[in-house]
Design a protein around this ligand. Structure first.
Ligand code: ADP
Length: 500
């Protein structure tokens, strides 16, 4: 057991701040790292100490493992929290940290390695009776043999890169004719994007939901599940709205999924916080997708419904402490939703929209949490992920949580850049979302840019017409007053008139 006195957060923005808040609460000194683009960021200001890693591009700053470790040695740091993204799932980095005698707030390098490869992960969990999507369990080397397998599975099928992540490295094949060309492309893409050309095939589930289980495990071998998160609202295979609990998961399914997730964790001797992702079909059958060996972007919804600070648990586990609660003690309280506020333009295919945050006013109130890393007047740098904030709400049930979120979105004032806020509000008011009857195709099925245009109903139009008449009347009246009794002054040349 080793007490952590000083923690370096090898990350930036909202997650760096969020981790340091908990560390400070626990009486731990904090060290931030930053690139030259983030010099004035709140995470740098919030930390007790901060170290500049280099120029803005990630490979010259946030990905410099050696420089981060040097900073730890210089500042006598005892532990590193990697957050998500950057070095968080890099087994080599976790190993380097460990070899330097620094605590890595996360699982062992071996667990990261196994779960970092989708194929190795499938193989590790195969003996535990976890349901898997029908497909190949080895990298495809023989395209002809794979084609026969694809026929057996039935089209459409999905080609996935074993080293893929973040929704990248996937190709849908609709029929046999396309198989070979798509396969060639998938292999060369995987090679160039991930440096690993290993691909495999899976049955393409046409109406899937993405539901994941949060787990926590200590180094003594105790593992619990902290229920599910529903993450089916996605664009480009990437999540944008998450909630806990899921409206389709009943207690029996929750228990089955939770126990399967614990088995996945046990399969790789996991400790720390982790997420086991499942894909769920129309019949509510669930299949193992992958395990993320880090804190997840959407972890706050789990914190809201369980009352457990996941970062605090990660730190305690890293210190070697035993979990202080059992599975039976964990209960779901109320409902929580998170919307990701991306600097993206939903009217233009969700393309990143970088610029200055001219106005930035957060919503607030009971059950409203904003995890962010920017202030008004700051520039959103082009070098990193375009997520600027996460807006999280909690209420006693789903209906109330949705209403609270719609109101909080309306209160969130952001100008200077386009964001996903209006899009999220559209989703939350859509009948399919409200009824809970949706899948990962929500955006394709129901969204188009015109949906964000302001539409007026008849009552509102009448009100607008009445207002316009009223304004015109007042204008006429004031024109008369400004130009004297006869009212023959030209309003275009009389500056006073322009004040009206
Ligand atoms: P990544 O590591 O890139 O996040 P995942 O395997 O977790 O990849 O899948 C990401 C998303 O892709 C899922 O949430 C789901 O929307 C879609 N997906 C993955 N596998 C399948 C499948 N077999 N059928 C249909 N959709 C899938």
């Amino acid at each position: 057991m080793q007490k952590i006195n000083k923690l370096l957060v090898a990350n930036r923005g909202e997650i760096s701040l969020r981790i340091m808040r908990t560390a400070k609460e626990m009486g731990i000194k904090t060290v931030a790292v930053y690139s030259e683009a983030d010099l004035n960021s709140p995470h740098v200001q919030f930390a007790d100490e901060a170290v500049c890693l280099g120029p803005p591009p990630s490979n010259q700053s946030y990905l410099l493992a050696d420089k981060i470790i040097d900073a730890c040695k210089q500042l006598k740091v005892d532990a590193i929290h990697p957050g998500y993204g950057f070095l968080s799932e890099n087994a080599g980095f976790a190993k380097m940290v460990k070899n330097e005698g620094i605590i890595f707030v996360g699982p062992s390098p071996e667990s990261i390695e196994v779960m970092g490869s989708k194929l190795a992960a499938k193989s590790a969990v195969s003996k535990y009776g976890i349901p898997m999507v029908p497909g190949t369990d080895e990298a495809i080397t023989d395209i002809r043999a794979a084609k026969i397998k694809a026929k057996e599975i039935g089209y459409p099928i999905l080609i996935k890169a074993s080293a893929g992540g973040g929704g990248k490295g996937m190709r849908i094949v609709e029929n046999e004719e396309e198989f070979e060309t798509q396969m060639q492309r998938a292999i060369s893409e995987a090679q160039s994007a991930f440096g690993d050309g290993a691909v495999f095939i899976e049955k393409y589930i046409t109406s899937p939901r993405h539901i994941e289980i949060q787990i926590l495990g200590d180094t003594q071998g105790n593992t619990v599940y902290l229920f599910e998160r529903e993450c089916s609202i996605q664009r480009r295979h990437q999540k944008v709205i998450e909630e806990a609990p899921s409206s389709v998961v009943n207690p029996a399914m929750r228990k089955a999924m939770g126990e399967a997730a614990v088995k996945v964790a046990k399969a790789c001797n996991y400790f720390g916080a982790g997420t086991v992702e499942f894909i769920v079909d129309e019949e509510l059958q669930f299949y193992f997708l992958e395990m993320n060996t880090r804190l997840q972007v959407e972890h706050p919804v789990t914190e809201m419904i369980t009352g457990i600070d996941l970062v605090k648990e990660q730190i305690l586990i890293a210190e070697g402490k035993q979990l202080s609660f059992s599975q039976e003690e964990l209960k779901i309280k109320g409902h929580s939703l998170e919307v990701r506020v991306y600097a993206e333009d939903p009217k233009n295919n969700f393309l990143p929209d970088i610029g200055k945050l001219i106005t930035y006013v957060r919503p607030s109130g009971p059950g409203i949490r904003v995890d962010d890393g920017f202030e008004e007047g700051m520039d959103i740098p082009i070098y990193y992920d375009p997520m600027i904030a996460k807006l999280i709400v909690h209420d006693e049930n789903r209906e109330k949580a949705i209403q609270k979120m719609i109101k909080a979105i309306a209160d969130y004032q952001i100008t200077g850049i386009e964001t996903t806020l209006a899009f999220c509000s559209f989703v939350l008011q859509h009948e399919a979302f409200v009824s809970g009857d949706f899948d990962t195709k929500f955006v394709e099925k129901y969204f188009s840019p015109e949906k964000l245009e302001v539409k007026w109903d008849n009552g509102e139009l009448e009100l607008l017409a009445a207002l316009a008449v009223d304004i015109l009347e007042k204008k006429k009246h004031r024109l008369k007053r400004v130009s004297g009794q006869n009212g023959i002054s030209n309003p275009r040349t009389n500056w006073k008139n322009r004040l009206i």
